[in-house]
Design a protein around this ligand. Sequence first.
Ligand SMILES: Cc1cc2nc3c(=O)[nH]c(=O)nc-3n(C[C@H](O)[C@H](O)[C@H](O)COP(=O)(O)O)c2cc1C
Length: 285
Amino acid sequence: MILNASGCLDALEAPEVARALDVFVTKTVTPQPREGNRPVRIAETEAGMLNSIGLENPGIDALLADKLPRLAELGVPLWVSVGGFAASDYAELCAALDDRPEVTAIELNLSCPNVEEAPESASDIVTAARPQTRKTLYAKLSPAATDLEETARAVQSAGADGLTLVNTMRGLALDERTLQPRLGRETGGYSGPGLKPIALAAVFQCYRATGMPIVGIGGISTGRDVLDFLASGASSIALGTILFADPDAPGRVRRELAEELASHGLSSAEAATGLAHSSGPVIVA
Ligand SMILES: Cc1cc2nc3c(=O)[nH]c(=O)nc-3n(C[C@H](O)[C@H](O)[C@H](O)COP(=O)(O)O)c2cc1C
């Protein structure tokens, strides 16, 4: 499955891009509306980009009343990304989405470098969210976690159904002339090609540690990138930064992946998942 990475596509502005995906993932929604961080909020770097959007969003009530019905008209399965500043925020958001038929799955954004994070651990948040919804729950983790495998196992035990790996990593870019930070918030989340090896390692380690379904994200721009993520253990992938430069990426990457699979004698994307693991995933009971 090809998804968009949360926050990297406005499906109502570009419905034809969203329809080229297997799933559309919303930008992270919080309980209350948020204006986000002060400008400048995007900076290009030598490779990839920095953003400090800061979870700008209309809040859950506006999403439910206005955006969700319009997104459902696209005819693409919808995942809603939720974020908050306490485990109770995530629980409240999951409860609010639980009986909405438009929503296929909920992604818990446990990892935004551009806002203060909930003080609870990732597994505490999943523990709070899990009983509030019957929907499929994905936990989106940061590649900067000190022990990512341990975190992955903990969210699995807490009831997550899958992992989304990875979110951005904190980065800094300076103005050439003034040597001042280019982003209004100084540091931001780094995304793009340089994230790929880091994301691949996260997918590889977490697949081995948990065997869970994984959405691989990080610097994907070609079919070959997708094949690398599948072989490392991803069952799906999401396109992020590439969508800003190439809105046709979903169709192109899909065609390139088909060629890559054929050239490796693989019958399907499923057949490629986990191939980099000679010993297969180690499932921890
Ligand atoms: C402008 C921008 C906004 C983003 N907003 C969100 C967000 O709201 N929620 C989230 O979980 N991730 C957000 N992300 C992170 C992406 O979903 C993705 O994890 C990251 O960009 C790495 O993938 P890429 O290298 O393919 O871009 C954002 C990224 C960018 C560039």
